[in-house]
Design a protein around this ligand. Structure first.
Ligand SMILES: [Zn+2]
Length: 349
């Protein structure tokens, strides 16, 4: 690495006290820069190079953010970076705004009511309950010690990003599950709550694999970014039940409200449906059912479960035959939906 880069990182380490993770990030980002003092044309080239390597907009922007910090520092100005700066700089790309992947209510129900057997399944179950209940990051859950849980007041202390600690509430239900788990495994107060079988950090990849397998076992495909979508699910449900965005920001440990916005925005999509159903003017019980359950999901899941062992689909006729028989089988298990007595109200549409 160029000596000027090293100097930048050293100064950041000692003067602004950045975390080791940030230092690692600086190293990765600065390695994209072609030289110590690049010209504006080099920088344009840099963005093109990153796009060719198929980096996503968000990934490119993190590199740009770091490069701009370095370029400002390299310019030797003491002031904060702003419009008055004359050093070369890179403009950020527009990032697409995507709806956050979340678990549906039905999927969450299934995860919660899953009956684990053996201590490793129980560990996974408690972790999932933990993520759904507190909305914390997976890294925060892995690093948690047993002593950081205040049983009497139902509070836990989390070590968030940027060395910021925060205290979040837990539910009574989670306390029960967690207590049973700790007792069964003989976890001491100074031990990590979720550890591997040797007592080391539980590997993130292994958790991801187990969580995905579990979802498939319970009859649905895990949403993308599976472990993080527990956090999304928590956030969206919190807002849906009437929690305020400001409290949500505190609980999630976001430093700015801007970071919490995607959760509120994705809720908006759901709200739209709420309003449509509201306009239909159907009885409340049926309204609740239509707004919260995706009725077609159930037959889909049924077909998925009943055809999952087929590995060789020979032709379309075979696929149709299997699907038809799977649907007929699934039909036998159908139950009446909530508010079925009021279904007549839909007739006039
Ligand atoms: Zn500047």
């Amino acid at each position: 690495m160029e000596p000027r880069f090293e100097q930048f990182i050293r100064e950041r380490q000692n003067l602004t006290n950045v975390t080791p993770a940030t230092v690692e990030w600086y190293r990765r980002c600065l390695s994209w820069l072609p030289s110590e003092s690049p010209a504006q044309a080099d920088l344009k080239n840099l963005v093109l190079r990153m796009r060719q390597k198929c980096l996503k907009e968000t990934g490119v922007n993190t590199v740009i953010r770091c490069a701009n910090a370095y370029l400002h520092w390299n310019g030797g100005s003491e002031r904060k970076c702003g419009p008055g700066c004359t050093h070369p700089r890179i403009a950020q790309l527009k990032e697409p705004r995507l709806v956050l992947p979340t678990f549906t209510e039905q999927q969450v129900d299934r995860l919660i009511s899953w009956k684990p057997t053996g201590k490793y399944q129980r560990r996974l179950h408690v972790l999932i309950l933990f993520l759904l209940d507190t909305g914390c990051r997976i890294s925060e859950a892995i690093g948690l010690n047993v002593s950081e849980i205040d049983f009497d007041n139902l509070l836990i202390t989390l070590d968030g990003e940027r060395r910021k600690q925060r205290v979040v509430p837990i539910s009574f239900e989670l306390r029960k599950a967690r207590f049973r788990y700790c007792k069964e495994n003989g976890r001491k107060p100074e031990a990590q709550l979720f550890a591997s079988r040797t007592g080391a950090n539980w590997n993130r990849r292994n958790i991801l694999r187990d969580a995905k397998l579990l979802c498939r076992k319970l009859g649905f495909d895990a949403p993308t970014r599976t472990l993080h979508s527990f956090r999304h699910t928590f956030a969206v449900n919190y807002l849906r039940r009437g929690g305020s965005v400001f409290h949500l920001q505190k609980v999630l440990g976001h430093s700015t409200l801007e970071m919490t916005r995607p959760a509120a925005a994705s809720l908006h999509e759901g709200l739209e449906e709420y309003f449509t159903i509201d306009r239909l003017g159907v009885p409340p019980i049926l309204q609740r059912c239509l707004a919260t359950t995706d009725i077609i999901e159930s037959p889909h899941a049924g077909v998925r479960i009943r055809t999952r062992r087929v590995t060789n689909w020979q032709n379309g006729t075979m696929a149709r035959r299997w699907m038809a028989s799977a649907l007929l089988r699934t039909e036998k298990k159908f139950r009446r939906i909530m508010g079925y007595k009021e279904l007549w109200a839909l007739e006039r549409f």
